[in-house]
Design a protein around this ligand. Structure first.
Ligand code: GCW
Length: 661
């Protein structure tokens, strides 16, 4: 099979038109080094397109990009955007800041050159803003090449080896740099045999990717296999306290840095869903993580150790085991035992990237540990990039969550201020070799926004959406697109699993409804619906005790149905169908109402998209049209299966007498 993808790769949020304001001006770049060269090349390309002058003398320039006279002690990502005389000026803390400043000017367009532009200081809230690819080198027999990938094959790997042509990787780095992302992990956290070799004998392939990402300030990370010393090193053990194993990791890591001097660090999924880990040797996760941290410390690099550890061979008859509790049970007792360059990477919810979950209590249970939040941009449980589902409203809810109650700091602040280097946001990527990058062209907005939120977690997701629309679809009616996408996550929630109960998806691939698909399985993902009621009792009084993992006041708020927010009611409580929500409606009527409403909203989205024909690139329009047809089919399927299931279970009719099959 040929590896050439369509030559018509969509420019996403960097179409040539985005560079018009900059490219039609006189620009002076005053800095040297590789990133400055990238900035200079960007300016030259823009000026060639729009008639500007890329090497204007400073006195005559409309735009000056320069480095601060005193280099910053921080990451160097920040910059000042200001107006000085008749010129707009970017004064960057370091070379990376120069690049970020350039893209800020691009985003602003003409507004960047307004005579009354006020001084603005820009700096990322989080120091490491990383996208994790679940890409495999080989094509996996079940998962395909990209685990939970919905946009084709990997942009890095093709049929078992590195792609010959890395042009798309370079374009990708450019797109990411324009959002503020500064690191990428190039292989799946489930590290199979071929991918294990990336660390050693296949390091040359990794180095080639690193060189392609580097001009855009993106550092490369690798997911490693905890059993690598056994698989690659001829050692009989991977015991983290064994001297031979420790030496193997040290030497191997030294070789990685000898080959890739700016290598970013390791990412590890251990003792989880069949991956090897320290439990095999009777060691703790602190022992495992600290061993890798020791190998990385001389190079000043971190290991990101995932907290996604739970028993996936659970007995559904055992009501005391609760998957939601698992990460906290495993990790909270280890607080204080991790080395300084270990980052514990925690999924934003306690389960698994469901449409609605509470914020994971692990994120604020370990004051003496560096903690990172992990988001899922790839839409595993949120429509698999066949459904429009703009996720940032969910993510900003997570980042804005106040663990200590309404007056305490938001999670984003805690992550950034408590962590040397300014905190970490990681996100599972959603791109592939699809010409639109993300399968569904509108799923590009999620990728764009995750970078913007990592830079500035307090930003309004709706404003980020507008920014993305303006850059990507300069000629389309912005408000119409905005209205179609802004609440699409809530629409998706309406027609899928209700009130935070989660799952109800088809096992394995996780697309489409199957209410009981996981009900009696070992995966620990239950809803416990019977004829009388539904939901998981996670209270401390009568349930699994998960609520007690939260600090005050959340433990109390979640403990009682009287104070638990409606949208999470079934995550925390088992209630009768006739339970009255704060909204005033019963649980069963809420299920019916939201499922009818959600499907209707999708029909409406589809009609509104049809109206946009002629204002949007025909290829994009056609692709989205096709996806919306599937979204509507799927939403109606969800509506009918969920409504019918609960109608049959409860025997309670819809108060509005609508058709339930
Ligand atoms: O939700 C599960 C996914 C797996 C994934 C795992 C994880 C990479 O279904 O595909 O494996 O989470 O996050 O490790």
């Amino acid at each position: 099979m040929s590896e050439t993808s369509s030559p018509e790769v969509h420019p996403a949020w960097l179409p040539p038109s985005a560079f018009r304001a900059l490219g039609s001006r006189r620009v002076h770049v005053e800095a040297s080094g590789p990133l400055a060269d990238t900035v200079r090349a960007e300016v030259a390309r823009a000026c060639a397109l729009f008639g500007g002058n890329a090497s204007s003398p400073p006195a005559a320039a409309d735009l000056i990009l320069t480095l601060a006279a005193v280099p910053s002690s921080g990451s160097g990502d920040g910059f000042l955007l200001a107006r000085r005389g008749a010129a707009t000026i970017v004064i960057a803390d370091g070379p990376a800041g120069l690049l970020h400043g350039l893209f800020e000017v691009v985003r602003r367009g003409e507004a960047a050159f307004a005579p009354d532009l006020a001084d603005e200081r820009h700096e990322p809230a989080l120091g490491l803003r990383v996208l994790d690819h679940w890409d495999n080198v080989d094509v996996h027999p079940v998962m395909g090449q990209v685990e939970r990938g919905y946009a084709g094959g990997s942009i890095f790997w093709h049929h078992g080896r590195l792609r010959n042509d890395l042009t798309r990787v370079r374009d990708y780095a450019r797109l990411l740099a324009a959002t503020g992302i500064n690191a990428v992990t190039v292989n799946n956290v489930n590290v199979h045999r071929s991918e294990t070799h990336l660390l050693t004998d296949r390091l040359g392939e990794v180095a080639a990717i690193a060189s392609t990402l580097r001009p855009y300030g993106i550092r490369l990370h690798l997911a490693i296999n905890f059993a690598a010393p056994v698989i690659l090193g001829d050692l009989p053990t991977a015991d983290p306290l064994d001297d031979r194993v420790r030496r193997w990791w040290r030497e191997t890591t030294d070789r990685v840095f000898a080959t890739i001097p700016d290598f970013g660090g390791y990412l590890v999924k251990a003792d989880s869903e069949g991956q090897p880990g320290p439990f095999t040797y009777g060691r703790t996760h602190a022992d495992g993580a600290n061993m890798l941290a020791a190998a990385l410390a001389p190079h000043d690099a971190p290991v990101r150790w995932r907290a996604f550890v739970y028993n996936h061979r659970q007995d559904w008859r055992d009501r005391s085991t609760d998957r939601a509790r698992a990460a906290h049970d495993h990790f909270a007792p280890l607080d204080g035992q991790f080395s300084g360059n270990v980052i514990l990477q925690v999924k934003h919810g306690p389960m698994d990237f469901q449409t609605r979950e509470p914020v994971s209590p692990v994120l604020f249970a370990m004051p003496r540990t560096r903690v990172a939040v992990e988001l899922q941009v790839t839409q595993e449980y949120t429509g698999q990039q066949r459904h429009v589902c703009y996720l940032p409203p969910m993510w900003s809810g997570v980042l804005a969550f106040r663990p200590d109650g309404d007056s305490g700091p938001a999670l984003a602040e805690r992550l950034s201020t408590r962590t040397p280097g300014g905190g970490v946001l990681s996100a599972v990527a959603n791109v592939g070799d699809d010409p639109f990058w993300t399968g569904h062209p509108l799923a590009q907005a999620n990728l764009y926004a995750v970078g913007r939120l990592a830079w500035s977690p307090g930003r309004d997701p709706a404003a980020i959406l507008d920014e993305w629309i303006t850059l990507t679809f300069p000629d389309a009616p912005r408000q119409a697109l905005h209205d179609l996408m802004a609440d699409s996550w809530l629409t998706y929630e309406q027609y899928t699993a209700p009130l935070g109960v989660g799952f109800m998806v088809r096992p394995g691939h996780h697309y489409g409804p199957d209410v009981d698909g996981y009900e009696y399985t070992p995966w620990g993902t239950y809803h416990f619906a019977d004829r009388d009621g539904i939901g998981v009792d996670r209270t401390t009084a009568t349930g699994t005790g998960f609520t007690s993992q939260y600090p005050h006041p959340w433990s109390e708020r979640y403990e009682s149905p009287a104070t638990c927010p409606d949208e999470l009611l079934l995550f925390f409580h088992h209630v009768p169908y006739t339970h009255v929500l704060h909204s005033g409606t019963t649980v069963i009527q809420h299920i019916y109402d939201t499922h009818f409403a959600g499907a209707e909203r999708v029909a409406d989205m589809r009609a509104r998209w049809a109206d946009l024909a002629g204002t949007i690139d025909p290829a994009v329009h056609a692709r989205v049209t096709e996806r919306l047809a599937e979204q509507l089919r799927s939403a109606e399927e969800w509506r009918d299966q969920i409504n019918t299931y609960f109608h049959r279970k409860s025997g309670i009719p819809d108060a509005k007498g609508r058709t339930i099959h």
